[in-house]
Design a protein around this ligand. Structure first.
Ligand code: SF4
Length: 180
């Protein structure tokens, strides 16, 4: 069984700040799993909801010039658009995502792009002006720090290729073990 952590809003759950979801087509991953006889288990997380925030909620961003790892290290805050400090909920949500990854022995994650929690490559720059900057969300940074390989929904092809390689390696290892 291979488990894949996935942002809950990508599964169609309306847990985003605006009370909406961002469902993504997972057929490519399911096809790879089926072709490789791989049992693929989707484990959903929503670090912001799990950390205690409601949906809908005011959007939050990490302070300008900082990234998810800075928040985890206590060097930056997450604030919502009204200026309320939401750091505690974001860090708690990241810790719960890591606990789930550990519990399920998960090594891969498919996360929502640009989110202050789930963003893998880019996040909004903290000015609430719609500008992006390089950086990771708080949960993505925590998951990557524990060795979980994180992809966003623009990288489904790369994730599918990695899962295929994983399945082949497992099959080869099983074959070698059987022949000993
Ligand atoms: Fe989606 Fe992640 Fe935001 Fe939850 S925290 S709504 S899973 S992007």
């Amino acid at each position: 069984m291979t488990t894949l952590l996935i942002s809950r809003c990508l599964l169609g759950v309306p847990c985003r700040y605006d009370g909406q979801s961002k469902p993504v087509e997972l057929g490519m991953l399911e096809l790879v799993a089926s072709n490789c006889a791989m049992e693929l288990d989707f484990v959903d997380i929503c670090p912001e909801s799990d950390g205690g925030l409601t949906a809908p909620r005011a959007p939050s961003e990490i302070e300008p010039g900082a990234s998810g790892e800075d928040v985890l290290n206590g060097g930056a805050l997450v604030r919502d658009k009204a200026g309320v400090d939401r750091t505690e909920a974001f860090v708690r949500g990241a810790q719960l995502a890591c606990a789930k990854a550990r519990e399920k022995s998960t090594r891969f994650a498919l996360l929502k792009a640009k989110s202050p929690s789930c963003g893998v490559h880019a996040i909004y720059d903290g000015t609430f002006s719609g500008r992006l900057t390089c950086g990771r969300g708080v949960a993505a940074a925590a998951l990557q720090a524990m060795g979980v390989q994180c992809f966003d929904e623009t990288e489904l092809g790369a994730l599918a290729a990695l899962l295929q390689t994983e399945a082949l390696n497992t099959a080869n290892a099983d074959g070698k073990a059987d022949s000993l």
